[in-house]
Design a protein around this ligand. Structure first.
Ligand code: KG4
Ligand code: ZN
Length: 340
């Protein structure tokens, strides 16, 4: 087969991103325009502002992505786009842009699920070995899966309430840190000690996760201490939260490794940029002689390169979308697996 160049588009939340990916794992060009600073003024992503900013910026992001390479639209084999899940108005900007490019340049269109994109970020600079266990931890997801092959997956469990990224962001907010909270909690915790006693979520043997109890406990603790005029040791609380949150992720992955005997594990999603999580997972995997892989930090948070990687197996299988493709705000990995 000739080299395959996929032009990929990602606009599911507050990053306008495009990439050109060669043969499913080589990033030829990548542009990520983040709206983070704008949304930080409001303490979180404002959907209406996000979609307007995608509309304003997407053409410039395309120009920039092409400018960074010697490739032209003639070299592009297909146009891939995130169609779900995410903010509807934001997704629609990417989907319409992809359809227009596919129509004008007469290229096949590939619809990519955002969570699959996070998983396939692990193919950049490396190759996913099957079968593998996969944990996706992001602002919208906490999912544990087994990938049996490129086309066969099984969901083991997921969060029954909040995602771990969402809780990082909420805890950061109550501690007075700007959006997005995850990196700020990580930074503060480097100066802190694990001195707060916090409830452990879901002390059971299922593969599901629950973070809302931990979140509510911390919000109440901060409010109560403030009312009493007591000082909150921000770095200590950030550290204590991170220890409990990460420990729960490690414990469930360890349980799955013990029960299945699987020898490969990949971590993915925005929260996988967290160095403490990365090192705790790696330590646990070493204990069981399980190979551990996580994307380079650049490819952990939202980016279009991962969408180009996830589109490649669909390109090979000729699974193309038609122009009726629409954006979908919700599509969890379980329903994606059932559909495919
Ligand atoms: O994958 P992502 O960019 O967007 C979604 O698909 O949701 O993930 C964003 C989430 C946010 O909750 C953000 O706070 C979290 O990932 N995050 C982190 C770190 N970097 C990003 N959480 C903990 N530590 C980090 N270093
Ligand atoms: Zn994401």
């Amino acid at each position: 087969m000739n080299d395959v160049y996929i032009l990929a588009i990602e606009t599911s939340c507050d990053e306008t991103s495009m990439a050109i990916v060669k043969n499913g794992n080589q990033v030829e060009s990548l542009t990520i325009l983040t709206q983070m600073d704008t949304h930080a003024n409001f303490g979180g992503v404002v959907p209406e502002i996000a979609s307007r900013m995608h509309t304003e910026n997407i053409t410039m992001v395309l120009e920039e992505t092409l400018r960074k390479t010697s490739l032209t639209m003639d070299n592009i084999s297909a146009i891939a786009v995130t169609y779900a899940p995410g903010l509807l108005g934001s997704l629609l900007v990417g989907v319409e842009c992809a359809k227009t490019l596919a129509l004008v340049y007469n290229k096949p269109l590939i619809a990519v699920n955002h969570t699959m994109g996070h998983i396939y970020a692990n193919n950049i600079d490396c190759k996913i070995e099957y079968p593998t266990l996969a944990l996706i931890v992001s602002g919208g997801h906490t999912d544990l899966l087994i990938l049996k092959s490129e086309s066969e997956m099984e969901s083991l469990g997921s969060t029954i309430d909040d995602s771990v990224g969402e809780v990082y962001d909420k805890v950061a907010r109550v501690l007075g840190m700007p959006y997005p909270g995850g990196p700020n909690i990580e930074k503060a915790s480097l100066q802190g000690c694990d001195t707060y006693v916090l409830p452990r979520p879901m002390l059971d043997d299922s593969y599901n996760f629950s973070y809302s109890g931990l979140k509510s406990y911390i919000i109440n603790l901060v409010h109560n201490e403030k009312q009493r005029g007591n000082e909150i040791r921000i770095s200590d609380l950030a550290k204590s939260f991170q220890v409990v949150a990460v420990d729960e992720l490690v414990r469930k992955v360890e349980l799955a490794i013990k029960n299945t005997g699987i020898k490969n594990f990949i971590l993915a999603g925005g929260v996988s940029a967290n160095r403490y999580l990365r090192s705790e997972m790696e330590k646990m995997c070493q204990k069981y002689n399980v190979s551990f892989h996580v994307p380079n930090i650049l490819y952990c948070t939202d980016n279009a390169a991962m969408i180009g990687c996830a589109a490649y197996p669909l390109y090979k299988a000729k699974k193309f979308a038609d122009f009726s493709l629409n954006a979908k705000s919700s599509e969890n990995i379980k329903s994606y697996i059932e559909k495919n």
